[in-house]
Write a protein that binds this ligand. Sequence first.
Ligand SMILES: NC(=O)c1ccc[n+]([C@@H]2O[C@H](COP(=O)([O-])OP(=O)(O)OC[C@H]3O[C@@H](n4cnc5c(N)ncnc54)[C@H](O)[C@@H]3O)[C@@H](O)[C@H]2O)c1
Length: 252
Amino acid sequence: MTMKLNKKRALITGGAQGIGFAIAETFCREGALVYIADINAEIGSAAQSELVAGGGSASFVELDVSNDSDWSRVCSQITEKDGTIDILVNNAGINIRKSIEEMSADELDMMYQVNIKGPFLGIKNVLPIMKNSGGGSIINMSSVCGLIGHKYTPEAYTTAKGALTTLTKAVASRYGEFNVRCNSINPSTANTAMVQTMLKDPVWREQRLGEVPLGRMASLQDIAEAALYLASDEASFINGVALPVDGGVTAY
Ligand SMILES: NC(=O)c1ccc[n+]([C@@H]2O[C@H](COP(=O)([O-])OP(=O)(O)OC[C@H]3O[C@@H](n4cnc5c(N)ncnc54)[C@H](O)[C@@H]3O)[C@@H](O)[C@H]2O)c1
């Protein structure tokens, strides 16, 4: 069986759990050499062990996405060992669930540091490596909230994800000539452990499920398969796309 990412070197931020871990598992399944980059060393190391136990090639590297020197250290570490980075998934993100009226200026800074400065620095550090090796694929984990205003989502999150959607298009436009493709995935609410708890609240359930034409949450695998497609050669002419994985939330 042909593997879709055979020996491709993939760096996945926030890969220790949730969507990032599902992407790491899927990329391992398809033969990639996966680097899980996360601020949380404990769950990051456990994630590495789980992937290796499952037969994958995975390493944990400690990284705070908002720290430029962390990026430079991690990129050097990977290129010294494996030569280049073929795939960057800017997945790490946080959400302080407060409206614009409730959010402090410090909380706003924190949201922007992780959700937009992080991917910006990641792209800045990885671009010279990809240009030098003949290209690569960058995938930014935005959100449906990077496409539309969403009543139940913090404005700080929406604005950071909106910036990430347009950063994606800007990078796709400028760096396509170097065979660097840059796309975003824009998921609706994903079926995480946290969501399972909130689904028990009938009001929340109606708010969130009621807006999805397909009537369910996104699964982590729905999102991971979209990332696999964008990372693979099957998407070799896909550049600058904002791909909703949302069951139709943004279709109306
Ligand atoms: N869960 C959803 O419903 C949903 C929907 C749309 C988009 N997204 C986006 O998908 C991405 C992943 O979401 P998730 O639900 O899996 O999140 P999660 O909270 O389960 O996991 C996030 C991971 O990022 C890591 N992280 C946080 N700050 C970091 C930093 N400064 N540097 C490095 N790593 C850091 C965490 O340690 C954690 O492992 C986020 O960008 C999120 O905004 C999530």
